[in-house]
Ligand binder design. Structure first.
Ligand SMILES: Cc1cc2nc3c(=O)[nH]c(=O)nc-3n(C[C@H](O)[C@H](O)[C@H](O)COP(=O)(O)O)c2cc1C
Ligand code: SF4
Length: 661
């Protein structure tokens, strides 16, 4: 362990970063019609205020041929004034601002893109878009577009640019033999396939001057057969650094296709899953600084990456969405206070559905007051009204967010927790295979609740009478949801709920001889995490779903990771299936489209993952008593942890206004 520490300065080109922690490029959907917004600037400034040494913007469009109005246009003069404000504000807060330059080429997530341009007539791995093939002259014009965009950012005062050449976008399409089939000088051997990226680095330097540092985000493994494996990535790195060395390199994995999920490894992946690749690329990088990226959310892991010589700096994407103060808290030795990212990738899902980026643990992500402390309660005065008393019923993520939020804002808070531990149903999810990160977030929430002075009534299922006896000023119901029964099924046994069964099997594992069948009318991650548990105990697991495939209630990236795990565990899927009868271990089901009847004969266990119904019955007595009631999270309607935490927090803000108590 001899490498530099996270907080030692780093020279990059003509600039020095105050530490070795970068905020990685994260698209936000805060731009509007290609224009930078105040919200986007504030979001980046918060990361600088939190202590990052480098702040990389989200992917900004480098050339008009890649224009997507949900992204900021780096090429567009209408952004000049906002770019200047961005540079002043981020760099005024102590970080180097680096603008990521992006061109998607043929890459689209869904829907064929009618105006896409690309390297070769090869279908994109996700959308199957076959692009218009760029001519040599068009490629040279594109290089000029990148250079002009970089020069624009340099004039605005940016410290640098980062060329996005990972994740399956246009520069990667040039680099990979799987997508670059050109016979001209832009294709063929490594020299030909790297020509575009090398031309970009050189042109950016030539147009923007030596004052602009240049970073390059590359793949070290794109996960596509015939594409870029680690050996090819070493050759690519060697060719680039020999001819047009950037000031730093950063290696992020995956492409557009079945390896999309590798862009953002989820909670099932170990921490720092790509460090071995980063180490290998650093050896090929000829002394160019190399950034490690990917699930480095624990400061110890990040520090180790540097100390062991795997990288020269770390880039943190999701960890700094979850908590912008990560660098500051790590520096202060307060790692336990960092709000942990749980690698659920709901942030990715939010932008993928066109919404502004959101976070399952950080309710205030994207808000101007993200880092502001709670409003100060008014000073106690003789005769002043006592603090409001808020009773929170339910101690899952929504209840904990509401309780901590209200208490921090000066209210007296009583929290009813039905069990001894806090965390609600999410605690069960946290115990399922690969889901331990959820426990870290719940533990963090619990610490907040305790630190805020909330009175916790453990092992108490609140009745209306018990709550009314406390004479609350307001009640927050975070009482979760209960699974419904399978509709249309006749059976000679009671069909257990998957969550209840998983809880039992976690406490007392058992061998299940025969087939375990899950009826999946849920499509949320917990169902598939529980399926993995069953697969460890049952001879065979089959998931029956009325839809045409599983994992439909999640983003493509999250779903893809689920599909990989189910396939690896040998779990079979029976799509378009409606269970009809379950007698004597024989399950019959009808095809949702044709009515054709199918059967599984050796069913040892049938379990239901059915839609959940909000537990909102407690609201009526409080309404009748004239006490304001807020339903939050699943108690309002069953959804994800992102909504639970957000609504818990918002309820606290609404019930305990900024004037405090
Ligand atoms: C919501 C979201 C948006 C992202 N947007 C970008 C982007 O605009 N450009 C980019 O190069 N990578 C993007 N990434 C990938 C991240 O920069 C990073 O490579 C990845 O999340 C792994 O790092 P982490 O574990 O620190 O988050 C995005 C990832 C997420 C989750
Ligand atoms: S949504 Fe999930 S993955 Fe994304 S930053 Fe928040 S906790 Fe991390």
């Amino acid at each position: 362990m001899s490498g530099p520490g996270l907080f030692s300065p780093l020279r990059l080109g003509a600039h020095t970063a105050r530490n070795r922690i970068g905020f990685a490029a994260i698209s936000t959907r805060f731009a509007r019609e290609g224009l930078v917004t105040d919200r986007l600037i504030a979001h980046l400034v918060r990361r600088a205020e939190g202590g990052a040494g480098i702040v990389v913007t989200e992917a900004m469009v480098a050339a008009p041929s890649a224009a997507e109005p949900v992204r900021a246009y780096a090429f567009d003069p209408r952004n000049d004034a906002m770019f200047r404000r961005m540079a002043d504000a981020v760099q005024g807060a102590g970080a180097l601002l680096v603008g990521q330059l992006w061109h998607g080429g043929s890459a689209r997530l869904t829907g064929r893109a009618p105006r896409a341009v690309g390297v070769s007539p090869v279908p994109d791995g996700m959308s199957w878009t076959v692009p218009h093939v760029l001519s040599g002259a068009e490629i040279e014009a594109l290089v000029e577009d990148y250079a002009a965009s970089a020069a624009r950012l340099a004039r605005a005062g940016f410290a640098g640019v980062e060329i996005s050449a990972a994740h399956g976008f246009l520069p990667l399409q040039f680099l990979s033999p799987a997508s670059n089939r050109r016979a001209d000088e832009w294709g063929g051997d490594v020299a030909g396939r790297t020509r575009f990226v090398r031309a970009l680095v050189r042109a950016v330097r030539a147009r923007a001057g030596a004052g602009l540092l240049v970073g390059l985000k590359l793949p070290a493994e794109d996960g596509v057969p015939g594409g870029i494996d680690a050996a090819e990535a070493e050759r690519i790195t060697g060719a680039i650094v020999a001819d047009a060395p950037p000031d730093y390199l950063c290696y992020s994995q995956g492409n557009h296709g079945w390896s999309l999920f590798r862009h953002a490894p989820d909670m099932h992946s170990p921490p720092a899953p790509y460090l071995h690749l980063t180490r290998r690329m650093r050896a090929a990088a000829g002394g160019v600084a190399v950034a490690a990226i990917g699930r480095l959310g624990n400061p110890e892991d990040a520090a180790r990456a540097l100390a062991e010589g795997a990288a020269d700096l770390v880039m943190l994407g999701r960890p700094l969405l979850a908590d912008a103060r990560w660098p500051e808290l790590a520096r202060a030795g307060r790692a336990a206070d960092i709000r942990p990212c749980i690698a659920c990738n709901y942030c990715w899902g939010e932008i993928n559905r066109g919404a502004p980026v959101g976070c399952s643990v950080n309710a205030r992500l994207g808000r101007e007051d993200e880092l502001a402390g709670p409003p100060s309660p008014p000073p106690a005065r003789a005769g002043a009204a006592p603090a409001r008393h808020i009773v929170v019923v339910g101690a899952g993520p929504a209840g904990l967010a509401a309780a901590a939020g209200a208490a921090r804002r000066g209210a007296r808070v009583t929290l009813f927790a039905p069990g001894a531990t806090l965390g609600g149903a999410a605690r069960l999810h946290a115990r399922l295979p690969g889901c331990g990160d959820i426990a870290r977030a719940l533990d963090w929430q619990e610490r907040q609740v305790v630190a805020a002075g909330v009175t916790i009534r453990r092992n108490q299922r609140a009745s209306a009478a018990a709550v009314l006896a406390l004479r609350p000023d307001a009640v927050v119901l975070a009482t979760g949801a209960t699974p419904a029964a399978i509709e249309g099924l006749e059976s000679d046994v009671a069909v257990p709920d998957l969550r209840a069964l998983a809880a039992r099997l976690l406490d007392r594992p058992e061998r299940i001889d025969g087939t375990a069948v899950i009826f999946d009318h849920d499509h949320t991650p917990m169902t598939y995490d529980a399926a993995l548990l069953l697969a460890r105990m049952a001879a065979r697991v089959v998931i029956l779903t009325p839809r045409e495939s599983v994992a439909r209630d999640m983003s493509i990236l999250v779903a893809q990771a689920v599909q990989h795990r189910l396939a690896a565990a040998g779990i079979a899927i029976e799509p378009c299936a409606l269970p009809r009868a379950f007698f004597g271990g024989r399950l019959s089901f009808a095809h949702a489209l044709t009515g054709r009847v199918g059967e599984i004969a050796d069913v040892a266990l049938l379990v239901a993952a059915t839609p959940r119904i909000a537990n909102d019955a407690l609201a009526a007595p409080f309404c009748a008593a004239g006490i304001p009631v807020s339903l939050v999270g699943d108690a309002w309607a069953p959804r994800s942890m992102l909504w639970a935490v957000r609504e818990g927090h918002e309820a606290a803000e609404a019930l305990v206004p900024a004037t405090g108590g």
